[in-house]
Design a protein around this ligand. Structure first.
Ligand SMILES: Nc1ncnc2c1ncn2[C@@H]1O[C@H](COP(=O)(O)OP(=O)(O)OP(=O)(O)O)[C@@H](O)[C@H]1O
Length: 232
């Protein structure tokens, strides 16, 4: 489970996240939606110990990220941007992460296969990966520790249609296995196909925490419901 309790973050005068409370439960794909600058990345960074809350708590499985002994085995994360060092080969990047988290080296081959990265792609250096390949490598890294929680910021970015289809199936399978899956996105149609629950924020505050069906009820589409919800 992922839990935000009265979570707030200020950068100087900017209030990026403002008293946010919600729980993301296992067994669902939960879409994390909000307009540009609404605080999604900041919230995810606080869950991952990359930003310190100004107030409140951000917990994964009841614990703060920085208290997790083997974080990759507790939560798989993908943040925006390329994760691999430009000079390091894709497989070595994963091997390095595995070693630092007590994960057996054979798991690297498993997640490369899961992420659809073949031998040639695995041997490429970070700088030589296409956007979609880099995204698949980031997802492979998130899966490395076979974690019960996945927290992915815009994972569809750069994926081709086959990649989008693959990721959708993967996330739904992970949720069906009883894992907790939180996925931020600006793509409403894709979110409607992938998620069954939603957390929606605007200006750092909670707007909705519900099933997709309840959120959309009465609106022509998720996009319409979203635009209406964040307009206020
Ligand atoms: N390191 C930082 N220093 C100062 N302000 C920041 C910092 N990080 C984020 N902000 C501000 O906090 C607010 C929330 O930004 P955040 O990136 O969390 O939003 P977001 O919902 O992820 O946006 P997007 O959809 O565009 O990725 C914005 O006003 C942003 O300018």
């Amino acid at each position: 489970m992922i839990l935000a309790e009265q979570l707030s973050k200020r950068y100087g005068r900017t209030v990026a996240v403002d008293g946010l409370s919600f729980a993301v439960r296992p067994g669902h794909v939960t879409g994390f939606l909000g307009p540009n600058g609404s605080g999604k990345s900041t919230t995810m960074r606080m869950f991952l110990g990359l930003d310190r809350p100004s107030a409140g708590r951000a917990l994964i499985g009841g614990r703060r990220y920085d208290s997790l002994r083997h974080p990759l085995r507790e939560v798989g994360a993908l943040l925006e941007g390329r994760c691999a060092h430009p000079g390091r080969r894709a497989a070595h990047h994963l091997l390095y992460l595995a070693r630092s988290n007590g994960i057996p080296a054979r798991r690297v081959d498993e997640v490369l296969a899961l992420a659809g990265l073949d031998g040639a792609a695995a041997r490429r250096r970070g700088r030589g990966l296409s956007l979609g390949m880099a995204q698949r490598l980031g997802i492979a890294a998130a899966l490395l520790g076979d974690p019960p929680v996945l927290l992915l910021d815009e994972p569809v970015n750069g994926l081709d249609p086959e990649g989008v289809h693959w990721l959708r199936a993967l996330l739904r399978r992970y949720a069906a296995e009883g894992r907790t899956v939180l996925v931020s996105s600006h793509l409403m149609a894709e979110t409607a196909l992938t998620a069954d629950r939603l957390v929606v924020i605007a200006r750092g505050r909670l707007v909705a925490d519900s099933t997709v069906d309840d959120f959309v009820a009465g609106a022509p589409s998720l996009e319409d419901a979203f635009l209406r919800a964040v307009a206020g």
